[in-house]
Design a protein. Structure first.
Length: 358
């Protein structure tokens, strides 16, 4: 915990949408460590989608099991209302999203339904619940640096939103509704505006993990080529574990407010390639092929956050550096590649889908 962290409240209940995602899994760990009872919303799927939280799950019959999972979906208002009644949370973290920017160009309407209207559905359900019960429920909305688009860096809370993707536009809607519900109805509703954060649990269709998976597979002779899109884009990349602490700190602050969370350092995709392949003694130039299929109809050139307000008010700052982030991801993916190599050498079919998409 950072020096300014408030004492962990005991016996609080949190409801987390998107608990099966990268951030949801780290947030669940963080909250369980601090004594929370954590209720996660999961989507019914025909395959298991709970890999990232398997290690946290205990049989609910065990008296000290503090992680509970409920089926639900951000497109289903009545289900969200029932969940609030059943869980009676003290804090709600809205992390659920169709979170892939490139995919949002292919599925703009669905993205808006889940990201924009999903947040509105939760806010409406919370407004009713709070008015009826008189209980204050603190609400965190997972906002994104995508909302800034090509507004000049460094981007802070004072920077205007100029989104350049259906995902970014949907996140702006969710952000503004969160502010609106705070002002109109007095809800404790707060926005985090988080810049890119990655980890060993990042989905393989985001560029950092796509690179670390491919680089380690190339190092072990399991793959030769990595197809990527725009190598010049610059992003402010931190580690997800640091960023979930910021979400929690935002909800522990006495007043609901909006905060930018970022490292303040911007690197290009090329620099990420240098770092990841460099750790393995490889030159990515012999392996990376640019495929325009991965270009976006509109791109954001440079994101670089100014999180000085979060540092001054919440005492938050990132601990994991860019080099450490890349090192952790490469080390983790090297283990996966080694296991794959061993299976393959033993004559076992390995069920990979081939090169990662998006
Ligand atoms: P992620 O790994 O893609 O996880 C998204 C989560 O949302 C998954 O649990 C997913 O469930 C769930 N979800 C998708 N559609 C849903 C629906 N219709 N109803 C309910 N849940 C649904 O994303 P993440 O990286 O953890 O990001 C967490 C949140 O922060 C997202 O809102 C994202 O947009 C936002 N954000 C992320 C970053 C970043 O760099 N990671 C930066 C800024 C903001 P399944 O597992 O079933 O697919
Ligand atoms: O792309 C470029 C791509 O998909 C980063 C989400 O968590 O962060 C994330 O969105 C950059 C872009 O992340 C490939 O064009 C090049 O410039 O890893 P990404 P993102 O779009 O920044 C924000 C803050 C969120 O809120 C989102 O939810 O890398 N790039 N070649 C590529 N990107 C991908 N995915 N695949 C490529 O082959």
């Amino acid at each position: 915990m950072s020096p300014a962290s408030p004492a962990p409240p005991a016996g609080r209940r949190a409801l987390v949408t998107g608990i099966t995602g990268q951030d949801g899994s780290y947030l669940a760990e963080f909250l369980l460590d601090r004594g929370y009872e954590v209720h996660g919303v999961i989507r019914r799927a025909s395959t298991f989608n709970t890999d990232r939280i398997e290690h946290l799950y205990r049989d609910p019959h065990e008296p000290d099991a503090r992680l509970r999972l409920h089926y639900g979906d951000l497109t289903d208002s009545s289900g969200l209302r029932v969940l609030l009644e059943r869980v009676q949370p003290d804090e709600v973290y809205n992390l659920g999203a169709q979170s892939h920017v490139r995919v949002s160009f292919d599925q703009p309407e669905y993205t808006a339904d889940v990201v924009a209207l999903g947040a509105l559905r939760l806010l409406e359900a919370l407004r009713d619940y709070q008015a009826r019960t008189g209980r204050e429920v603190r609400f965190y909305q997972a906002g994104s640096s995508e909302m800034f688009g090509n507004a000049a860096p460094p981007q802070s809370e004072a920077t205007p939103f100029r989104p350049r993707s259906p995902y970014g536009v949907a996140k702006v809607y969710a952000h503004l509704q969160t502010v609106n519900y705070r002002e109109a109805y007095g809800l404790f509703a707060a926005n985090g505006i988080l810049f890119n954060h990655e980890s060993e649990r990042r989905h393989e269709t985001f560029v950092t993990r796509k690179i670390t998976r491919a680089a380690t597979r190339i190092a072990l002779g399991l793959q030769t080529t990595l197809y990527l899109g725009n190598l010049d884009a610059r992003r402010d990349w931190g580690h997800a574990q640091d960023y979930v602490e910021a979400m929690w700190l935002i909800l522990q602050h006495p007043q609901p407010d909006d905060f930018v969370i970022a490292t303040g350092e911007s690197r290009s995709v090329r620099e990420f390639l240098d770092a990841a392949f460099g750790l393995l003694g490889l030159d990515w130039r012999g392996h990376v092929v640019v495929d325009p299929r991965y270009f976006r109809p509109a791109e954001i050139d440079r994101l670089e956050g100014d999180a000085s307000r979060a540092r001054a008010i919440l005492g938050w700052r990132p601990r994991v550096t860019f080099d450490e982030l890349v090192r952790r991801m490469v080390a983790h993916d090297m283990e996966l590649a080694r296991a794959e190599r061993t299976l393959r050498d033993g004559g076992h079919a390995v069920g990979r889908r081939g090169p990662a998409r998006e």
